[in-house]
Design a protein around this ligand. Sequence first.
Ligand code: SAM
Length: 375
Amino acid sequence: MPTFSDIARRHPTLISERMSELISTTNSMGELATKLCELRCLSVDEYAKLISERAEGDAKGLAEFAYKECERVYGDAVFSRGLIEFTNYCANDCLYCGIRRGNAECNRYRLTDDQIAACAEQGYELGFRTFVLQGGEDPHSTDEWLCRIVRSLKEAHPDCAVTLSVGERSRESYARLREAGADRYLLRHETASPVHYRKLHPRSMSYENRMRCLGDLRDLGYAVGVGFMVGSPFQTPSDLAADLKFIEQFKPEMCGIGPFVPHHATPFAGYAGGTVELTCFLLSIIRIIQPNILLPATTALGTIDDEGREKGILAGANVVMPNLSPAEVRADYELYDNKICTGDEAAECAGCLGARMLAVGRRLVVDRGDPKEAA
Ligand code: SAM
């Protein structure tokens, strides 16, 4: 097995002396980190070991490698996606989620076509070239309505990408939305372990259907985003290892990972949340597995640590998703407690993030931010 220093000699532009110094100080973990950087994959057991036995040096070394890998593919660009949380009605009862059907405290809202168009218009002025329409699984979200929204966004802003994140639907529905012009779809797989999936969701939902949806989206030509929460109840290092193996094999264009943050009015209210440290460690591993992946530093990461998004970028993320929803409804899209930026105007979010990215050596760009070919 080559050491990190051997690989550093073979790939002098990729692996800095400092990194090999950091990682070689850490015994057998150094070997796994080395193998990951060289082969871009590990076995499920090796991923689990890397996670459960990680030391600070491994995390720092992998983060530096991941940050450089990101730069190699995307330069210093960070892409922004304007998030429009257009409905918080939801027919599902996911045990972790604040907008679950069973949360009677949730103040429900649904934006009108005109409100959605106005959010996008303002976002365009602010430099956004991707709009993400996200919502609960609202029974009112018929194909007809969603196709109409997608068509009018594409008509008004033909140079922009439209991403949908509206949950599980039939293949026919995904096909109609794609036909209407939707470019991308975010559907976190939530967990690649069927046993863990069962513990996070009610009986009415299934791991198999989630995976069927992801397969359909891929077949239909969407750029697909998967993802999971870090530190969700009952999650083990083996579950996370299964997530990493799934990402390695599915090769999604995007992957949203953020810490689980408890919501007071859900069955998981009393559980501990995920950590910044583990989330960043996983961001680095994902960037190394697939260097061209689009990887957000999520709002949840910024919620549990004021500098969480900056730390995510330093660990290999290259996307941020500020909120374009009207300020008056933001607090009602409460997936978890203490969500940040609920009182801000869109312009404040965009300005603040631009400055935050500069502080970590990156530049928020005006660009659709399409995935680059694997380098
Ligand atoms: N309904 C769509 C779906 O299921 O994909 C999109 C909306 S859903 C609320 C968006 C994501 O929020 C979920 O995929 C989940 O991972 C995340 N989420 C929900 N509750 C959360 C919590 N308590 N902490 C962190 N993330 C959470």
